[in-house]
Design a protein around this ligand. Structure first.
Ligand code: SAM
Length: 931
């Protein structure tokens, strides 16, 4: 269940008559528990309560109290030994009138105490029960989820009643209508409309109960809001609509068409009006509401949400920290404070993939907070803000989020005015809305950012007559930034190359096509970095984007970053990989980095990384390279051969067989081979999963000289023929050519004595790369890399922490998983010259690792290196063997153990730079080489 569905279920439960016996089960059902789970609790099989309530292990202890006894019952639940034993996260007591609960797990001791009917207001508190871990701020924003849920119902109902509004041409009208409604709900609860609840009450009273004229009533209200007071007399407005103020600002101009309402839709509308819209969080609400207008996204309603702390990880180092430092430095000095205020009035914040504007809203709110302190210190409390909303600019592809972004900023401005200037002043200046358009709906990679955020204030001032349907060229409006700074920020779409559609690919081609041949490998987000860097060459700007970590790893680094650096930009700050949490965080969250670029970066750069409890630690560095490591700028390119004196590694044999050369043990049995034939034609074969999980697989292994004999075995003959047909039918020319030797894989490599193996794809959670040793009767396919007959000390290198760190940085990653590569990971691996003694020591270490594994036979690599709930389950002897291996290898590098992975990487980069700069090794490097 998603958060919205849970909210709906909880609301229905609170509205239903209270059933003492049923309540605990109904409550658990509302949080997504299955009937089978409830059945077990009901029967007592899994119910651990010692108070006659319902206790679900690791979740919640619920007790229904006698009337008036709720607090005492909650205390009993708290004291109950069963609560502790079962590690309950929550306790809950209710008598159907009062409702009390406490969070035992988070350590916050947070409690809820309210009337039973109001407990749905706190449903966010209980979201961990549904496996949804939330940050506190989301718990507090139950309102935003509830509003999203209600608006979604209305949206779906209206589309049902007005199918033409669902067509591509009319969707913008529908979205525009929703934006108007949201504004009205907010305005009626915040005194922007005279009195409270005016909008909902007017519809309730003036529209027929059968809903036949609801659209007309709403249309008249909208018309009033588009009619200046001076024109009211001649406008012929009904008396009940005349009480609405003039709003315009483009919001109520243009077509005032309203969709028709069914009775249900009318009820939904009145329901939405009954919510307390003062509680809206424009930053959170905006992200949540987007899904309403997106048929594909609706399933994830209320789940998409970017936490404010994460947004601040971008904005603080980009410019807010600097403002705060200047504020601290100014102290009470009125001149300095004034300078800072003047400076802030000219700062523009520009998000070129702004969605519903959350980065802009947070930036605005934070700047207003700083300005409020300045005003207070200068004794100018309540002064009108000098920070123009129009300096917060965005580009957004989709029309609905773009509309919501404008609305969110308007709401944020009003809320800040109420907070810092008081309700009356806020109201006095709120209406009519400013008609300027400062969020552009369009493709950011195709638009000229300089025209949307020109280097200086432009004299062109085009005022849109419809805020929500302004053509792109009207983005050129006046703004207060003469000589000011521009900060570009956001969370653009990441999209790896396989996920890009043709249009997105051509967007990238337009930006990169003339700069590099390899642009096709870039993630879509790279376009934003390049455009920001280009923009920075024309005006004083700095930029920071959230991105998938892949642009700072592997093959994308040498493609993208030299181009960005060539514009004179450097990495001013960065945050290394962390999970980008949202309400869907019980699903795997995306792993992201933040990269800030600037052409006037401070001398010392800030390199942030995650610490415990979502905190970040910062380290200062003279330079941050494109791998987000403190050190000189280098890009590790694919190398055709090893830069160090280590053995060659190649990819395993590529079958190209349609599955016919590979065999299960049953397949082998059906071939009915005698022992001699078995020995000649069958080899054990490892793919990635087989190698890591120890799954038995085999393959046909037919040397050319043995082909005639093999063709006399019917089962083998049929398989070879099937391979031939498959290769002939393939659109791949290479495969067609291989049809003439259908008895073989593309390569037929096998170790004469042994093979060292490394898995191509593996989980990043294991502390070491899955690698091992196989005999000369076993082969590997292309899901593994192989070193045939190589000395065993190579295995010690592959199994080391140093190599793990190197691979994690310079190789491509799939999500977080490691994708090993010989050309990028092994051939580039910098190893100091090894003496015979070093090699002997490392050989011994490799043998010890293998022996330690052997002691746990038949445990597989997956078993031995398992990590569960963040904890390694590695057996002690194996851990010790790895530790010894690392100790021996690291002493070879620096004479002692490295302190941490950062130090390892810094050393590896240093060595790599030296080795590739020196003639011999440099000659070996060859960009674009393949295995
Ligand atoms: C990951 S979202 C971030 C939005 C917002 N900051 C948030 O956290 O919800 C990326 C946004 O970029 C928009 N987008 C995608 N491609 C775009 C393009 N070419 N130009 C402008 N916006 C684009 C998407 O519609 C989406 O709203």
């Amino acid at each position: 269940m998603n958060a919205v569905e849970i909210e709906e279920a909880v609301t229905a439960l609170a509205a239903a008559p209270f059933d003492r016996d049923e309540f605990p089960f109904a409550f658990l059902r509302a949080f997504g528990n299955k009937e089978t789970t409830l059945k077990k609790l009901r029967s007592g099989a899994s119910n651990k309560s010692d108070l006659g309530g319902v206790l679900q292990t690791s979740n919640i202890h619920i007790a229904v109290a006698a009337p008036g006894d709720v607090s005492a019952t909650l205390a009993a639940l708290r004291e109950s030994p069963a609560t502790t034993r079962a590690k309950a996260k929550f306790i809950l007591a209710t008598d159907g009138e009062a409702f009390e609960a406490e969070d035992l797990a988070s350590g916050s001791g947070e409690t809820v105490a309210c009337a039973f009917a109001d407990f749905p207001d706190h449903f966010g508190f209980f979201l961990p029960l549904a496996g949804i871990t939330t940050v506190k701020q989301v718990r507090d924003s139950s309102f935003d989820i509830r509003a999203t849920s209600r608006l979604n119902k209305l949206y779906v109902e209206l589309l049902k009643d007005n199918p033409d509004w669902g067509t591509a041409e009319r969707r913008p009208d529908m979205n525009h209508f929703m934006a108007r409604l949201i504004f009205c709900f907010f305005a009626e609860d915040t005194d922007i409309f005279n009195g409270s609840g005016l909008f909902t009450a007017t519809i309730d009273q003036m529209s027929e109960r059968d809903s036949s004229n609801t659209h007309t009533v709403i249309g008249e209200i909208f018309r009033a809001m588009n009619t200046a007071i001076s024109n009211r007399a001649s406008a012929g407005l009904p008396r009940w609509a005349d009480g609405f103020p003039y709003v315009n600002g483009g919001l109520f101009s243009g077509s005032l068409d309203v969709p028709r309402f069914s009775k249900i839709a009318r009820t939904y509308l009145l329901h939405i009006g009954s919510l307390d819209w003062r509680k809206i969080n424009p930053d959170i609400f905006g992200s949540m509401i987007q899904a309403v207008a997106d048929d594909d996204e609706r399933g994830a309603l209320g789940m998409h949400y970017t936490s404010v702390p994460n947004i601040l990880k971008v904005l603080n180092p980009l410019f807010l920290d600097d403002l705060r430092e200047h504020l601290a430095e100014a102290g009470d000095n009125p001149r300095k404070l004034l300078n800072l205020r003047n400076r802030m009035a000219r700062i523009r914040v520009f998000d070129p993939a702004c969605g519903s504007g959350n980065f802009l809203v947070i930036a605005y709110k934070e700047m207003r907070a700083i300005e409020a302190i300045i005003n207070e210190r200068r004794g100018e409390d309540g002064l009108k803000s000098e920070i123009p909303l129009t300096n917060f600019r965005g580009i957004e592809l989709r029309d609905f989020p773009a509309e919501i972004a404008r609305l969110a900023l308007i709401i944020a401005e009003y809320q800040c005015d109420v907070l810092y200037r008081g309700q009356q002043l806020a109201l006095n200046e709120f209406l009519p809305l400013n008609a300027q358009n400062w969020i552009t709906c369009g493709n950011a990679l195709r638009l000229d950012w300089l025209s949307i955020c020109p280097p200086t204030g432009t004299g062109v001032k085009l005022v849109g007559d419809d805020l929500f349907n302004t053509p792109l060229d009207q983005a050129q409006i006046d703004f207060e930034n003469e000589g000011g700074e521009t900060y570009i920020c956001g969370n653009p779409p990441y999209l790896g190359s396989t996920w890009q559609d043709d249009e997105q690919k051509s967007d990238l081609q337009a930006i990169f096509g003339h700069r590099t041949k390899s642009w096709k490998s870039l993630d879509y987000v790279a376009g934003w970095f390049m455009k920001a860097a280009d923009y920075g060459t024309k005006t004083s700007a700095a930029a920071a984007f959230v991105s998938t970590n892949s642009i700072c790893q592997g093959q994308q680094v040498p493609i993208l970053w030299p181009l960005v650096f060539a514009t004179g930009h450097e990495i001013a700050f960065a945050h290394t990989s962390f999970k980008w949490a949202n309400l869907a965080s019980h699903k795997a969250g995306v792993t992201v980095v933040i990269v800030g670029i600037s052409n006037h970066a401070r001398k010392l750069r800030q390199l942030f990384s995650s610490a415990e409890n979502d905190a970040s630690i910062v380290k200062e560095a003279e330079n941050i390279n494109a791998y987000l490591v403190s050190g000189p700028n280098i890009e590790v390119s694919q190398a055709r051969s090893t830069i160090s004196d280590i053995s060659p590694m190649v990819r395993g044999n590529m079958p190209y067989d349609g599955g016919h050369l590979l065999l299960t043990s049953d397949d082998v049995d059906t071939l009915n081979l005698n022992e001699d034939q078995y020995h000649r034609f069958i080899r054990k074969n490892y793919g990635g999963a087989e190698f890591i999980r120890g799954v038995e697989r085999y393959c046909l292994w037919i040397e050319d000289a043995n082909l005639d004999e093999a063709m006399h075995i019917p089962g083998i003959k049929t398989r070879i023929e099937a391979v031939r047909q498959m290769r002939l039918a393939s659109p791949d020319k290479g495969a067609n050519e291989m049809a003439s030797r259908a008895h073989q894989m593309r390569e037929m490599n096998i170790g004469r004595s042994h093979t060292i193996v490394a898995a191509a794809i593996s989980s990043e959670n294991r502390p070491y790369l899955p690698c091992g040793l196989i005999n000369n009767h076993t082969t590997v396919n292309n899901k593994n890399y192989a070193l045939y007959d190589a000395p065993l000390w190579n295995l010690a290198l592959i199994a080391s922490r140093l190599h793990w760190v190197w691979i994690g940085t310079v190789c491509v990653r799939l999500e977080m998983r490691f994708s090993y590569s010989n050309t990028l990971g092994w051939n580039t691996f910098p190893v100091p010259p090894l003496t015979e003694k070093n090699k002997a020591d490392l050989t011994r270490c490799a043998e010890d690792i293998l022996l330690a594994r052997e002691a746990h036979f038949p445990a597989t690599i997956a078993d031995l290196y398992e990590v569960k709930d963040g904890e390694s389950k590695m057996p002690a002897n194996l851990r010790e063997a790895h530790e010894r291996n690392d100790a021996v290898l690291e002493r070879i590098y620096i004479g002692r153990r490295f302190r941490n992975d950062t130090e390892r990487l810094e050393k590896l980069f240093e060595l790599y730079t030296k080795m590739t700069a020196s003639g011999g090794a440099a000659k070996k490097r060859k960009a674009g080489a393949t295995a």
